[in-house]
Design a protein around this ligand. Structure first.
Ligand code: MLT
Length: 265
């Protein structure tokens, strides 16, 4: 379903009972709502699961191309308003986690629970910001196809290339379909994001943290650091997975996800 929102068009899909527990799935960079398919298919019907495309990604429009994580949070809150959801569980992977962490810092009254997957609360280091700049230049110089080929090598565990090539092809084609403007603008938005670490001790909702054991982009140490600052946070390291833990080991990921969500039912 595509809806006008904050000057652009945002695409989302939903499943489950309309009065079920609202859970919003926020994808990582530069993916789409489709990355959550193994979760959307596995969730019980009493969960109203909504997966949307961040502006510029998937089937959402690019808009004006001026992006900040702050604006992505504006879109998330506007989507909740559109869906008439006062409080939702937010589930974000990587960039989706950056959005969820800023959303709970800014609008805690809209968040019922938090699921942080393969993400971190710290802002980019200077080295990280320069890497983003190099990626923007590389996308402009070499195109999106080359960027996509390099990106999938960085986010999936080597074993996943043998075990689940279909998941890799799916993610590669999602990246290839993303506009270069959206890719570059989102990289700049991530480089400019704030550090949400100081607000972690204020998180007062049930929180689940999951991370792939081989995640090199947002490693288990980053998850542990968040877990140490969030009272009562539950943390799981997902075996046989790197940065795309929900796709690389959906069985273990979903077991933890569903057990956590059942707490709210
Ligand atoms: C993501 O998966 O969202 C990105 O890899 C996050 C990042 O580059 O910081």
């Amino acid at each position: 379903m595509r809806i006008p929102l904050n000057g652009t068009t945002i695409n989302y899909t939903e499943r489950g009972l309309p009065n079920g527990l609202p859970v919003i799935f926020i994808h990582g960079f530069p993916f789409s709502h489709a990355m959550w398919e193994p979760q959307m298919l596995a969730l019980p019907n009493d969960i109203r699961a909504i997966a949307y495309d961040v502006r510029g990604h998937g089937d959402s429009d690019v808009g004006d191309g001026h992006y900040m994580i702050e604006f992505f949070v504006d879109d998330l809150i506007a989507l909740l308003d559109h869906l008439v959801i006062q409080r939702a569980v937010l589930c974000g992977l990587s960039m989706g986690g950056y959005i969820a962490l800023r959303a709970i810092e800014r609008n805690p009254e809209r968040v019922k629970g938090l699921i942080l997957c393969d993400t971190r609360s710290e802002a980019d280091t200077n080295e990280g910001k320069l890497k983003r700049a190099a990626s923007v230049i590389a996308i402009k110089r070499d195109g999106v196809k080359t960027f996509a080929a390099n990106f999938v090598r960085a986010v999936f565990a080597p074993a996943t290339f043998q075990k689940n090539p279909a998941a890799i092809d799916r993610i590669r084609s999602i990246i290839e379909a993303t506009s270069p403007i959206a890719l570059c603008s989102t990289l700049i938005a991530m480089a400019a994001r704030t550090d949400t670490t100081p607000s972690l001790p204020r998180i007062a909702v049930p929180t689940l943290i999951m991370v792939g054991e081989h995640d090199a982009i947002t490693p288990p140490s980053a998850s542990r650091a968040m877990s140490d600052h969030i009272a009562g946070a539950e943390m799981h390291i997902i075996p046989d997975a790197a940065h795309m833990s929900n796709l690389e080991n959906p069985a273990v990921f979903n077991e933890n996800l569903i057990a956590f969500l059942k707490r709210f039912l």
